[in-house]
Design a protein around this ligand. Structure first.
Ligand code: NAP
Length: 248
């Protein structure tokens, strides 16, 4: 795709699912990708695969809930690639449960990864993009950022919040600072995200819905590439997407 070659793209949540597939696709189109997540073994494997296929990738194990680690990741990206054209803030968790079951630790985790993880990266990278005079910040939001489902209240809360933060960022940085702000909001995608649920009732529900998960990571990666590939004067505010089986 056009306008992707040589762009430096920092991807969080790159060790599996949507992040990993997006890294491969963008690297194939000539982007230089920096991969971040906690599982270093997965990141190394993916980095080696991309580099062996003629792409340019590097990685750094990072827990996005730790501000210091996110700041170090951003510095490492600058050392390696000298600029950051695109942040794809994609790391996320979705341990589902009913609120009456009081999974306080899991609520904390979701808020820390899905929301604070995004904020730390945005806070570190916006000043760099301002200095560069351009940039694009893309977050993986969700249809769960638009609709609330039973058992998903806290996850949806984080995704509604991501949308508020991204809309605020667009209002603050968009027109005057030449920073494009984009959300990618998929419905169900077949990834490891569903394994983060520990609650037995919810696990049962997830198993029952498994055959209906119509999107795959590649579908979402295509949407990210589409948003990046637009000419500099065009902003894709949000891509809302779901499988044909789930539309309605
Ligand atoms: N799958 C869906 O149905 C769906 C639908 C809408 C939106 N989304 C969103 O899509 C995004 C990607 O999820 P996915 O579906 O691709 O699931 P996934 O395969 O489970 O990927 C989640 C990624 O987030 C990373 N991550 C989790 N906690 C982290 C932390 N503390 N620090 C750094 N990285 C962390 C994981 O890596 P490590 O474990 O190695 O750290 C992994 O790379 C999430 O934001 C999710 O909410 C997914």
């Amino acid at each position: 795709m056009k306008n992707i070659e040589n762009k430096v793209v920092l991807i969080t949540g790159a060790s599996s699912g949507i992040g990993a597939e997006t890294a491969k696709l963008l690297a194939k189109d000539g982007a230089k990708v920096m991969l971040a997540a906690r599982r270093a073994d997965r990141l190394k494997e993916l980095t080696d695969e991309i580099n062996q296929n003629g792409g340019t990738a590097a990685y750094r194990a990072t827990d996005v809930t730790d501000h210091g680690e996110v700041a170090a990741l951003v510095q490492y990206t600058l050392e390696k690639f000298h600029r950051i054209d695109v942040l794809f803030a994609n790391a996320g968790l979705m341990p589902l449960s009913y609120m009456r079951d009081n999974k306080f630790n899991e609520w904390d985790q979701m808020i820390d990864v899905n929301l604070k993880g995004l904020l730390y990266a945005v806070g570190e990278i916006v000043p760099i993009m301002e200095k560069q005079g351009s940039g694009q910040i893309i977050a993986t939001d969700s249809i769960a950022g638009h609709k609330v489902f039973p058992g998903n209240a806290v996850y949806c809360g984080t995704k509604f919040a991501v949308r508020a933060v991204m809309n605020g960022l667009r209002a603050e940085e968009g027109p005057s600072k030449n920073i494009r702000v984009t959300m990618i909001s998929p419905g169900d995608v077949d990834t490891e995200l569903y394994t983060t649920t520990t609650d037995e009732t919810m696990k049962q529900n997830i198993r029952q819905s498994e055959t209906d998960r119509g999107l795959v990571s590649k579908d979402v990666a295509n949407a990210v590439a589409y948003a990046i590939s637009q000419p500099g004067n065009v902003v894709i505010d949000e891509v809302i997407m779901q499988s044909i089986k789930q539309q309605g």
